[in-house]
Design a protein around this ligand. Structure first.
Ligand SMILES: C[S@@+](CC[C@H](N)C(=O)[O-])C[C@H]1O[C@@H](n2cnc3c(N)ncnc32)[C@H](O)[C@@H]1O
Length: 150
């Protein structure tokens, strides 16, 4: 199963869209808190609809506890600061794809700790994609490469 990791997500609508995607494509979601909104909030749960119940979600209080619990897994950071392009990378079936927060990405020390860092090439002067769009693009490639689409 492909794993999607959200680092301190800020925007409830993005997280809700990613939860819906995860329920539809059988992705496991890992959320590193604190989030910029309350995951228990009824308004968030309304946006996420019944997909929240169909999703597999694991929550962590911080990055340290996420790393401790997944120390044997391969973690791949998605960042605009990488030189490597995602579709030239060979994904494995239990990879963890880590996405930064909407307002600030991930801290520099996380960049240094994570060896595999990838980007989606953008045209012109565009700075970055919406995080939910990035999850959809990269998860699709990882699923396709590992024959999850039958
Ligand atoms: C809106 S972006 C964050 C922008 C933030 N200002 C920054 O400097 O990182 C949110 C997350 O989406 C992912 N992302 C967005 N565009 C991307 C791209 N072109 N390549 C790789 N990841 C991208 C990254 O994980 C990023 O941390």
């Amino acid at each position: 199963m492909i794993n999607i990791v959200l680092y301190k997500p800020d925007i409830p609508q993005n997280t809700a869209a990613i939860l819906r995607l995860s329920a539809c494509l059988n992705l496991k979601i890992h959320i590193i808190e604190p989030c910029g909104f309350n995951l228990e909030d009824t308004r968030f749960r309304r946006v996420a609809m019944d997909y929240i119940k169909l999703s597999q979600i694991v929550r962590y209080s911080d990055f340290k506890s996420f790393i401790e619990k997944n120390s044997r897994s391969r973690i791949i950071l998605m960042t605009t600061k990488s030189k490597k392009i995602y579709h030239q990378f060979k994904f494995k079936k239990n990879d963890f794809l880590l996405f930064g927060r909407e307002s600030a990405g991930v801290p520099d020390e996380m960049h240094k700790k994570i060896k595999d860092r990838l980007k989606v090439n953008l045209s012109g002067k565009a700075r970055s994609l919406n995080v939910a769009m990035t999850v959809a693009i990269v998860a699709s490639e990882a699923l396709k490469q590992n024959n999850f689409f039958k």
